[in-house]
Ligand binder design. Structure first.
Ligand code: PBG
Ligand code: ZN
Length: 337
């Protein structure tokens, strides 16, 4: 194909043609909205580094989840800020823990909304690590049992899907087994299969109050330099019964998203994490970028890289823009007024 027989610009000349040949589509069906549920009443506290995102008590979570649902966002993923934390993260698997109560309220009051839960220990342990500590490090096998209990208690409270984010080896198998043995064979596991030890989680740790009190997470989260290891990690989770595999963070790891898309025939999710959100918000506040345009271009990049699902703090804004028929992403016009 060469000029002048071929002219790449011909098909770009009219909007109608651009819309006809666009390869990548974004839809509200792709969106999962992360929410932070805090113990107490009347709480609605904005995360300073994440404008528009709040720690909220249950009645406010329900109200905002309803709003997201009405915008067409099909699912939320929940993180909990419990009343008390301890060495073994007891609230994580307590029958009336913060997340368990939030699930019940949401399923009762917004029944059409899918409730996904983050399964991890770091929001519930006083040391802030994702599992049980032994000899100064997180003990893999002792943690598995607690993660399984946590996932089961979420399912019992009514969760539609569970999403382990701890990076312990064997957690998908442990969770799959306990769910199957207790009548929850139909609850899918979305595994944070490929989760890097990333500086982009900074704002989240303020939001979830889950900063490790000593050391860091490098003995269980992945080294940012590794790509082949990502395939091995995901392979394990796929063989253990994961239904969806996730890559996290998103933008700095789009190559890994594509790697997952090519290597596996399962749905792929990507987590557009807190730091990625904060960077767009900060640059927009400075007047340095067009926020709507950059947000939608970012969403499209995930789809183009091969993601089916996007966990994003922008979910409500994106849904609003899609309803308006926003240009970057438009290829099927929404019927909404
Ligand atoms: C907890 C967890 C983290 C995130 C999701 N689940 C933080 C971490 O591992 O430190 C990060 C999400 C974000 O930054 O938006 N295991
Ligand atoms: Zn964790």
């Amino acid at each position: 194909m060469f000029y002048p027989t071929f002219r790449a610009r011909r098909i770009r000349g009219k909007e109608v043609f651009r819309n006809m040949v666009r390869e990548t589509a974004l839809s509200t069906n792709d969106l999962i909205y992360p929410m932070f549920s805090a113990f107490g009443k009347g709480i609605r506290k904005e995360i300073s580094s994440m404008p528009g995102i709040y720690q909220q008590s249950i009645e406010n979570i329900v109200a905002e989840a309803q709003e997201a649902y009405e915008l067409g966002v099909p699912a939320v993923i929940l993180f909990g800020i419990p009343e008390t934390k301890d060495a073994v993260g007891s609230d994580a698997y307590a029958e009336h823990g913060i997340i368990q109560e939030t699930i019940r309220a949401l399923k009762k009051q917004v029944p059409g909304l899918a409730v996904i839960t983050d399964v991890c220990m770091c929001e519930y342990t006083d040391h802030g690590h994702c599992g049980i500590i032994k000899d100064g490090d997180v003990d893999n096998d002792a943690t598995l049992e607690l993660l399984a209990r946590e996932a089961l208690s979420h399912a019992q409270a009514g969760a539609d899907m569970v999403a382990p984010s701890d990076m312990m080896d064997g957690r998908v198998m442990a969770i799959r087994e306990i769910l199957d043995n207790n009548g929850f064979a139909n609850i899918p596991v979305m595994s944070y299969a490929v989760k890097y030890a990333s500086g982009y989680y900074g704002p989240f740790r303020e939001a979830a109050e889950s900063t490790p009190q000593f050391g860091d997470r490098r003995s269980y989260q992945m080294d940012p330099g590794n790509r082949l290891e990502a395939v091995r990690e995901a392979q394990m989770d796929v063989e253990e019964g994961a239904d969806i595999i996730m890559v996290k963070p998103g933008l700095p790891y789009l190559d890994i998203v594509r790697e997952m898309r090519n290597a596996f025939n399962l749905p792929v999710a990507v987590y557009n994490v807190s730091g990625e959100y904060s960077m767009i918000k900060a640059a927009a506040q400075m007047g340095w970028i067009d926020e709507e345009r950059v947000t939608m271009e970012t969403m499209l990049s995930f789809k183009r890289a091969g993601a089916d699902l996007i966990l994003t703090y922008h979910a409500k804004e994106v849904a609003r823009l899609l309803h308006k028929g926003y240009e970057v992403s438009r290829n099927s016009r929404c019927g909404c007024p």
